[in-house]
Design a binder for this molecule. Structure first.
Ligand code: ZN
Length: 378
């Protein structure tokens, strides 16, 4: 451990986030941002309830006489699963439920999606990403040396969501994103924007050969400006308008649907499990559990002591890492020695390649000024 190592006195974010700042109490800027900008505008009380009621009314009005009134992306994770339950059973909505199959679904994810779809009597729209393209895209990211090698999966999800919304002319997107478990956000240095098309194009040109004829691409301009303001597609996050306790939601889903919990957030994808559980901490020293646990600490769902204890063990055991390492290499069609080479190559940052960070920063400032975003990701 380096001598200038420091950890926040309130959460578990530390100097592995190189841009972290501490105030005189030793409290980090993630905590301060939450207290100053997010918490005061977060209404899980009657105000939130009224907001949600009004949103549901608008969605129903929009969907009158139509097959669907909103769209919901299902990963099989806790947030989207619980939201799907609420949408159908509590709100009485008619969501178009879609899933993006990027080739890395865990058995638990498949089972969780199926049990919910079956019990709720819904149809599932599955978008299967062309595997040869996905494989080449992911290999391109490994070769780039960048931290965020999960962009090929993330981007496909976002692009498919907006494609469906546009194709079926659906005005509302239900999003399971929530303050309760995500109020601390991954630093940009760890997980850079997956919709920076300039950087994506550069990575494709430099490290890939596949022409990517069917992979779904979507620029941030298209979905944040064109679809949001021209086509008026609205994103609604109902989990922010009610008390949302993740452990309770998971127990409920297990009891009600036979849904199975995951050992860690985002572990519904085998690739993401390997990437967040092993690759990022091992290669870069970035442990996304610090972000997840810090969110739970700030919202009263985990003690700091418990988080520190959990962080003292790696997310995956040596045995799990060995199996995953071999699985990932085989599936990507490379030798383990090649994957090892990518693990050990010089570290790169998004700043090392052409990027549109200025544009994202500018957009974030405008959105904050307009009150659309409460805090700025950094
Ligand atoms: Zn903190």
């Amino acid at each position: 451990m380096k001598t200038n190592y420091r950890i926040c006195s309130q959460c578990v974010m530390d100097t592995t986030d190189v841009k972290i700042k501490f105030d005189s109490r030793g409290v980090c800027d993630h905590c301060c941002d939450f207290e100053a900008n997010v918490e005061p505008n977060w209404h899980t009380d009657a105000v939130g309830k009224e907001q949600l009621r009004s949103d549901i009314e608008k969605i129903k009005k929009f969907g009158k006489g139509k097959d669907f009134d909103c769209i919901l992306g299902m990963s099989g994770g806790a947030d989207s699963s619980y939201l799907l339950h609420l949408a159908v059973k509590e709100f009485g909505l008619k969501p178009l439920v879609f899933h993006v199959d990027g080739g890395w679904n865990s058995d638990i994810a498949v089972s969780n999606i199926n049990v919910m779809i079956d019990k709720l009597g819904l149809d599932l729209y599955t978008e299967v990403i062309n595997w040869e393209e996905m494989k080449d895209f992911q290999l391109g990211y490994f070769k780039s040396g960048l931290p965020n090698i999960d962009i090929p999966q993330d981007h496909a999800f976002v692009a498919t969501l907006y494609d469906f919304a546009e194709r079926y002319n659906i005005g509302y997107i239900l999003n399971g994103g929530n303050i309760s478990t995500e109020c601390v956000r991954n630093p940009l240095e760890w997980i850079y924007y997956g919709t920076d098309m300039l950087q994506l194009r550069h990575i494709r040109k430099k490290f890939m050969s596949n022409p990517m004829k069917t992979y779904p691409f979507s620029s941030v301009l298209r979905h944040k400006i064109y679809l949001a303001y021209v086509k008026r597609v609205k994103v609604i996050k109902p989990l922010n308008n009610m008390p949302y306790i993740k452990s309770e939601a998971m127990s409920f889903l297990a009891k009600e649907y036979g849904w199975r919990p995951y050992p860690q957030k985002h572990f519904e994808s085998r690739f993401t499990r390997f990437y967040e559980g092993y690759w990022l901490p091992k290669r870069f020293g970035y442990d996304t559990r610090k972000v997840q646990y810090s969110s739970l600490i700030l919202t009263g769902q985990m003690s700091r002591e418990e988080a520190i204890e959990k962080l003292s063990h790696p997310a995956l055991s040596d045995d799990e890492v060995r199996k995953d390492f071999s699985y990932i290499a085989t599936k990507l069609g490379i030798d383990e020695s090649e994957l090892q080479l990518y693990l050990e190559m010089p570290l790169k940052s998004y700043k090392d390649y052409p990027n549109q960070e200025w544009f994202f920063n500018f957009g974030a400032k405008v959105f904050k000024f307009l009150g659309i975003e409460r805090s700025i990701k950094r």
